[in-house]
Design a protein around this ligand. Sequence first.
Ligand SMILES: *Cc1c(COP(=O)(O)O)cnc(C)c1O
Length: 389
Amino acid sequence: MMNIKETDKKYIAGTYGRFDLALVRGKGSLAYDENGKEYIDLGTGIAVNAFGIGDEEWKKAVEEQLDAIPHASNLYFTEPCARLAQMLCEKTGMSKVFFGNSGAEANECAIKAARKWGLDNKGEGYSTIITLRNSFHGRTVTTLAATGQDSFHTDFGPFTQGFVYADADDAADIEKLADENKCCAVMMELVQGEGGIHVLSKEYVSKVLEIAKEKNLLVVIDEVQTGNGRTGELYAFMNYGFKPDIFTTAKGLGGGLPIGACVFGERTADVLTAGSHGSTFGGNPAACAGACSILSRIDGTLLDGVRKKSEYIKSQLENAKGVENISGMGLMLGVKPVRPKAEIIDACMKNGVLVLGAKDKIRLLPALNIPDDLLEKGIAVLRDALADY
Ligand SMILES: *Cc1c(COP(=O)(O)O)cnc(C)c1O
């Protein structure tokens, strides 16, 4: 049998610091390594496997589409992407959708649309986008520039111009930047994921919305990680009671296949016109058929379950030994451990539980439908690892 780890290390570009674990199969919230060892999955491939690994309904939808027509290109109409776009709009009150294949591509589309909107509606030069410090918006040259962390702004310059960064939680900073620059939009994650599960307060967000209105800025919400039921509502902005001008999503929407969506509200629905943007794989019928299956099942009952499971995790970890604090919403939670996060992640893995990190925190992104018994077992292992110092 091939030595997976050695072959990977020899032939795969060294961009990933992988854990010492090769996964070969999985089902639901359980995954298995080369030696058949079982793991409870509290990371879902970074919030992608929304209903667990290889969810049966999702698989059936994808397989049926693979048999019908797996790819057609955007030169032709296909049913799954039209159906998915309709569902996304009807469930959110938004107007139109562009499909790409990743979070970064969804954000690229949002950035292009925001700039075109600025040009059309405010005039030449109104192209600057305000993003937040500690944000993460992707790995392309432009979405790296949008990412408000200096550590991402090295080695690959020159970066795309036209981004300025505001301190998260400081509305006055946004106001100042909006006055100093010719801006078209403010773009943010409502729960900063890679930035360490930092939840923006409702007061702050409502101030940002006021400023955006006053200064005529589009509000662009990056729901790549927070979207699709993750925070206990279908999209995180629903927890805050507003509708953005553009939101982007990816990760969990695909349920295991690559997809990204840039979703436009009324003010931005017709900004992009024929020939102004495109993607060969975007709206791929198999990926969209799977996404339809995921999105159609994120209903009130499922979201109730997400919130209940979230409360359970918080109740188990909030005052537990070795925990400094816990942050997040729904099943997107950050646990700040007393000892270094890497030690906790390793100890959990040794004991058959997969958790993620984000900055100095342990990040939990379990399946939205993780069975309670597996969640209890997984959290018990994490609790022991946190307490052992
Ligand atoms: C993961 C992530 C991205 C990038 O998504 P890719 O699919 O890796 O390109 C962008 N924004 C946020 C908030 C993310 O969590």
